[in-house]
Design a binder for this molecule. Sequence first.
Ligand code: AMP
Ligand code: ZN
Length: 114
Amino acid sequence: MSDCIFCKIVSGEIPSDIVYESDSVVAFNDLNPQAPFHILIVPKKHIPTLNDMTEEDRELIGGILLTASHLAKENGFSEVGYRTLFNCNRGAGQTVFHVHLHLLGGRPFTWPPG
Ligand code: AMP
Ligand code: ZN
């Protein structure tokens, strides 16, 4: 989608700190990190929200989650703990309408979140 900021990151049209890339996903550092590690994992395919994922995307969503655990291990916070989060729609705080998994690590997290 031409006006989507994460599509532009995927295509390289706008710069980002890409930390991981596969055939189907890209992971990059969040511009406004909420933890020492705050990475966004996005599908290369433009999908606006989690609600728009279908049976066809089953493998893709699995790949996004496996990327999160891979990056948590690689960055050394898989055992101490980390948080993964999809915000779905404005009421949950979604501001960029291209599905992304937040991966946060490197500090303690409370539950429920504030
Ligand atoms: P959400 O509120 O779940 O839609 O999250 C959007 C996230 O994208 C926020 O944490 C922003 O800090 C982050 N973000 C927005 N623009 C960029 C960008 N150009 N590069 C990296 N992260 C971004
Ligand atoms: Zn997009």
